[in-house]
Design a protein around this ligand. Structure first.
Ligand SMILES: Cc1cc2nc3c(=O)[nH]c(=O)nc-3n(C[C@H](O)[C@H](O)[C@H](O)COP(=O)(O)OP(=O)(O)OC[C@H]3O[C@@H](n4cnc5c(N)ncnc54)[C@H](O)[C@@H]3O)c2cc1C
Ligand code: SF4
Length: 469
C-alpha cells in the first residue's frame, strides 16, 4: 500500500495571486490528505528519519496516529520533543533532515513529514491545544538570553523539569528570527509563532522583552545580582555582513536584516502601520540563501521588479529548493555567476544600480567546492533603485564584550561544546551565536542539549558548582 500511493503535495496559493499579498503561500493538508499521506509511512523498525531530526521527534509514532485520524494524540507525541511544531512543519529544511533519510526516498519519494507535522500542529491549535507538561517547581532559576528557537526550546525543557526559566529579549516581541526575519507568507506571526510562544508561557516560561543583556543588565549581573543559578546565551547571529565595495553607503543600500525587520516585525507591508520601507521600482538582492529569497519575495510583494544576483550557479544556491522554486514561480529574476564590484550613484546620493562582473567556477578546492573567479573584461551594469545585501550574518559582539572570560572564536561566535558549555562556569550558549547562521531546528537541538547540561550542572553539589576551573 505505502509504496503505491504517490507523495501528496500540499495545496498552495496561485503564484500570480500570492505575489500580490503577504498571506501564507502553503495552504496545508486537509484531514483526508494528511491521513492518506500518513499511510505511506512504512513504520520502519529502525527509523532513520528520527535520527536525522536534530530534536529526535518520534516521527513514525506521530505518523501512525495521524494515519488513524488520532490527530490530538499525534500532537501530544510531537510535543514530547518539540515546542514549535507548527513553525518547524513550515520552515525546516526537511529534504536534508528527516525526509532526506526516509527510506522511501531511496527509490521514490520520501514521506512528506514536514507537511504532516504542520497539519497535526495546526489541527491541535485549532481544535484540541496541547497542554505542555510541567513538573513541580524545584526552586532553580535559569536566565536565557534571546527568545529565538534555541532560547525557547531550552526554556521548554527546563520548565517541563521544574526549573523556572526567564527569557530576556532585546526586541519588543519574542521569537527571534521567527518573528523579525522569516516573512508572514512563509510563517504567520499571530496564528503560528505567537500561539506556540503563548503555549510555552502557559507552561511557566517567563519572557521579559525590551531587555538588552550587555546594556540593561550584564550576564554577570544575572548571576550575581539577580541570583539566577545559570545563564543560557541564545542571542543568535543578527549582525549583517556587507561587501565593502565602493558606493555601499549610498541611500537605497540596506541589509536584508533591516529590510526584513521593517517588513515583518514592524509590518511595513500593512497599511495600518506607518513603518517606512523603500524599494523603488527595481530591487537587486545580493546573495543566494534563504534570507536572500525572503528579501526578494518580500520586495516583489511590495511591488518591485526583483533580481537576485548570485556569484555561483543555481546548483550551489544555499537556499532551500522549495524557496527558489517559489521565488521563480512568483516572478523573481536570477542573475547567476555575477558579482557586484560597486554600487552606482545617481548623482544625488541614491543608488541607480550595480556594476557587476561575470564569474566562472574554477576547479573544486580541498572542500570539494568550486570557487568562483572573475571573467576578465566582463563588467556590466544592472539598474536598481534599491540594493538589498543578503550576504550572511555574524553574532553581535555586545554580550562577548561585556562578559569577562567568555571565549569567542575568530568569527565572533561564542565558543561552546556540544552541550553548550562555555569557558565560563554556569554560562551556557547555543544556536546561531555558537554556530553562526544555521537553521531553526539545529538551534532547537542546541537549546535542548544545553537544557540537559544545565540540569546536570545544577544537580551538582553547591560547592562543586562554585569552584572555578
Ligand atoms: C530571513 C531568514 C530566513 C530564514 N529562513 C530559515 C528557514 O526557512 N528554515 C530554517 O530552518 N532556518 C531559517 N533561518 C535561520 C534560522 O531562523 C536561525 O538559524 C534561527 O532562528 C537561530 O535561532 P537562535 O535562537 O539561535 O537565534 P535567533 O532566532 O536569531 O534569536 C536570537 C534572539 O536573541 C535576541 N538577542 C540578541 N542579542 C540580545 C541581547 N544582547 N539581549 C537580549 N536579547 C538579545 C535577538 O533579538 C533575537 O530575538 C532563517 C534566517 C533568516 C534571517
Ligand atoms: S524513514 Fe520514512 S518510512 Fe521509515 S518511519 Fe521514517 S517516515 Fe516512515
Amino acid at each position: 500500500m505505502a509504496g503505491k500511493i504517490p507523495r501528496i503535495e500540499a495545496r498552495e496559493q496561485d503564484p500570480q495571486t500570492r505575489r500580490t499579498n503577504f498571506q501564507e503561500v502553503c495552504l496545508g493538508y486537509t484531514a483526508d490528505e494528511a491521513m492518506l499521506e500518513a499511510t505511506r509511512c512504512l513504520q520502519c523498525r529502525n527509523p532513520k528519519c528520527v535520527s536525522a531530526c536534530p530534536v529526535n521527534i518520534r516521527i513514525p509514532a506521530f505518523i501512525a496516529a495521524t494515519a488513524q485520524g488520532r490527530f490530538a494524540e499525534a500532537a501530544e507525541i510531537i510535543a514530547l520533543d518539540s515546542c514549535l511544531p507548527a513553525v518547524c512543519g513550515r520552515v525546516c529544511p526537511q529534504e536534508t533532515q528527516c525526509e532526506g533519510l526516509c527510506i522511501l526516498g531511496v527509490r521514490g519519494q520520501a514521506v512528506n513529514i514536514g507537511k504532516l507535522e504542520r497539519f497535526v500542529a495546526d489541527y491541535s491549535r485549532e481544535h484540541e491545544p496541547v497542554v505542555l507538561h510541567t513538573a513541580p517547581a524545584n526552586g532553580r532559576r535559569v536566565a536565557i538570553v534571546g527568545s529565538g528557537p534555541a532560547g525557547l526550546s531550552c526554556a521548554h525543557d527546563l520548565a517541563k523539569n521544574g526549573y523556572a526559566p526567564t527569557i530576556f529579549e532585546a526586541l519588543h516581541k519574542a521569537g527571534g528570527v521567527l518573528e523579525y526575519g522569516i516573512p508572514e507568507f512563509r510563517l504567520p506571526k499571530e496564528t503560528v509563532v505567537k500561539s506556540e510562544i503563548d503555549n510555552l508561557k502557559k507552561a511557566g516560561v517567563r519572557i521579559e522583552t525590551n531587555v538588552i543583556i550587555g546594556r540593561t543588565l550584564t550576564v554577570d549581573a544575572l548571576l550575581n545580582d539577580e541570583a539566577f543559578d545559570a545563564v543560557f546565551i541564545a542571542s543568535g547571529a543578527g549582525l549583517p555582513k556587507f561587501m565593502h565595495i565602493p558606493g555601499e553607503n549610498l541611500n537605497g543600500v540596506v541589509s536584508a536584516n533591516e529590510f526584513l525587520t521593517r517588513t515583518n516585525l514592524m509590518r511595513a507591508y500593512d497599511a495600518a502601520y506607518d513603518t517606512p520601507v523603500y524599494t523603488g521600482r527595481r530591487v537587486a538582492v545580493v546573495g543566494g540563501g534563504n534570507v536572500a529569497m525572503d528579501a526578494a519575495r518580500s520586495a516583489l510583494r511590495l511591488g518591485a521588479d526583483v533580481t537576485v544576483v548570485y556569484r555561483r550557479t543555481e546548483k550551489e544556491l544555499p537556499a532551500r529548493v522549495e524557496e527558489v522554486h517559489h521565488a521563480k514561480e512568483e516572478g523573481v529574476a536570477f542573475r547567476m555567476l555575477a558579482n557586484p564590484v560597486a554600487v552606482l550613484d545617481d548623482g544625488r546620493g541614491w543608488v541607480r544600480g550595480l556594476r557587476c562582473v561575470r564569474m566562472e567556477l574554477g576547479e573544486p578546492d580541498e572542500s570539494g567546492r568550486r570557487s568562483p573567479t572573475v571573467v576578465e573584461g566582463s563588467e556590466f551594469e544592472l539598474e536598481a533603485d534599491t540594493v538589498i545585501m543578503a550576504l550572511g550574518t555574524s553574532p553581535n559582539p555586545l554580550i562577548a564584550s561585556t562578559t569577562e572570560g567568555l571565549a569567542i572564536d575568530r568569527r565572533g561566535c561564542i565558543v561552546a561544546d556540544e552541550h553548550g558549555t562555555t569557558s565560563r562556569k554556569g554560562v551556557f550558549a547555543g544556536g546561531d551565536t555558537v554556530t553562526g547562521a544555521a537553521t531553526v531546528i539545529l538551534a532547537m537541538g542546541a537549546g535542548r542539549r544545553a537544557a540537559a547540561a544545565i540540569r546536570r550542572f545544577l544537580s551538582e553539589p553547591d560547592d562543586a558548582r562554585r569552584q572555578t576551573d
